[in-house]
Design a protein around this ligand. Structure first.
Ligand SMILES: [Zn+2]
Length: 456
């Protein structure tokens, strides 16, 4: 260890120890309890094992709602209830395929339909492939080059960013808007190089968004290595034909639910501190990092405060949102109800960036509140929470900010590995580290404790 690092650790230790003793001691016990007892990890394991596939409208989602409601009831919250809304029901179907044939030999690619994609005819779509890197390139190539072809968005994930969420924002447009954009010029289908950071062959799904002014064409993601394979083959034979088979279905909307549990405030019952994540997950892995981790950390944060005998002044509410992945209707329904019922949320916190070692929080709201929250930083153990910066809070709590102007916080874990797993078959429980997950729970618990104690 170098000298500078030793000094930083030493000074951070003094700072951490230099805050009011009672709070410092309590926060220390939050971290110790999370690290030594099993606050979050086993619950995440059970969720992933029992309901690995939790897309809105599915049996898995309905099962997860029932099971987590029971879990909250077992923790003796003052009130546990469901919030119902009509949500979409899309299923990918089985045997998705993408392949090309060279010299009589079939080359299969690793593929997943994008969420909401329409089906291909049963025999699939077979067509020549046009490689592009951007939506602009589609515009410049025009219908004469695109009509009748499968458009292949080959652009890799923007890996140059230190924070991978910035790379994701830059790269995800081809997934959400690419299909309709190509369809306007007569494309018959779209495949994309997966929006993920790993160079393995797991395809990463995610929602596409069909524009109203374009025909709806099937669209799918290819694993990184499969995208390489297709690209290389096209370099050798630009006339090569790709076959894509998707047999997805869109069913009528289904009753769907947010799961809510709350502990009533002892002094300021009508002021709510919300903590949550989203219960729905793609049907490809187990939704462990996205967002089983956030859901179980939110439950765990209140659980650890209760275990330590803390009696909150404000009402603390854990919300497990449904339908973040393909509609955000759970978040919208929650905000709608909050507005109708004139509920006063003093802060909403979301964990939806993976169960990795926590590094900080991002904030949306007034500068004065941000500065107030930043004054808590010395309470946090060094090397877990290093910053609270302006940014966003989380997708599910966004509508609450829009309709009620609620300040938002989002837990910011280390982002380096998140997009290796995100929306792919690799997002399974074994990809979550117990200590990293529990540190996230502890950070959330410490934050809501401080906000409860000092207000905003
Ligand atoms: Zn998520």
């Amino acid at each position: 260890m170098n000298v500078v690092l030793s000094i930083i650790i030493f000074l951070s230790g003094i700072l951490y120890a230099g805050e009011p003793a009672e709070e410092t001691e309590f926060i220390r016990s939050i971290y110790q309890t999370c690290l030594t007892k099993d606050i979050t990890y086993s619950n995440l394991g059970l969720l992933c094992e029992k309901f690995p596939s939790r897309l809105t409208g599915s049996k898995g989602a309905a099962g997860a709602v029932k099971w987590t409601k029971k879990l909250l009831e077992n923790y003796n919250y003052d009130r546990v209830f469901l919030q119902e809304f009509m949500g979409p029901h899309w299923e990918r179907g089985e045997k998705e395929q993408a392949y090309f044939i060279i010299s009589g030999e079939r080359n299969d690619l690793s593929v997943l339909a994008l969420g909401r994609s329409v089906s291909t005819p049963e025999a699939g779509i077979t067509a020549k492939v046009l490689v592009v890197n951007s939506l602009d390139e589609v515009d410049s190539l025009g219908a004469e080059n695109i009509s009748g072809k499968i458009v292949f968005y080959n652009e890799p994930f923007a890996q140059s960013h230190i924070h991978t969420f910035s790379g994701y924002s830059e790269s995800v447009t081809k997934r959400s808007k690419g299909p309709s954009h190509a369809a306007r010029y007569g494309a018959v289908a779209v495949v994309i190089r997966s929006v993920g950071t790993a160079m393995d062959d797991h395809p990463h799904t995610g929602s596409l968004s069909y524009a109203e002014d374009a025909p709806q064409i099937p669209a799918a993601a290819l694993g990184y290595q499969s995208a390489d394979k297709l690209y290389d083959a096209l370099q050798k034979d630009p006339d090569l034909k790709l076959t894509l088979k998707i047999n997805s279905h869109t069913f009528p909307d289904e009753p769907s639910h947010n799961v809510i549990g709350e502990i009533s405030g002892s002094e300021k019952r009508d002021q709510i501190i919300l903590i949550g994540g989203h219960l729905d997950a793609w049907d490809t892995g187990q939704g462990a990092h996205d967002d089983g981790a956030g859901v179980m950390q939110s439950i765990g944060a209140l659980r650890v405060l209760k275990m330590l005998g803390y009696i909150p002044k404000h009402t603390m509410r854990v919300v497990l949102f449904m339908n973040e992945e393909n509609g955000l209707l759970g978040g919208k329904k929650y905000a709608e109800e909050a507005l109708i019922n004139r509920e006063n949320h003093i802060l909403a916190i979301e964990s939806d960036a993976g169960g990795f070692v926590p590094r900080g929080f991002s904030f949306k709201g007034a500068d004065s509140i941000l500065m107030h929250l930043q004054s808590y930083l010395p309470y946090f153990p060094p090397y877990t929470i290093e910053s609270i910066i302006s940014g966003g809070g989380g997708a599910d709590i966004g509508p609450l900010n829009k309709s009620c102007d609620t300040p938002l916080l989002g837990l910011v874990p280390d982002s380096q590995r998140y997009f290796d797993f995100h929306h792919s078959p690799a997002d399974v429980f074994s990809a979550v580290n117990r200590r990293e997950l529990e540190l996230g729970t502890a950070s959330l618990a410490a934050m809501i404790y401080l906000v409860d104690k000092y207000g905003l």
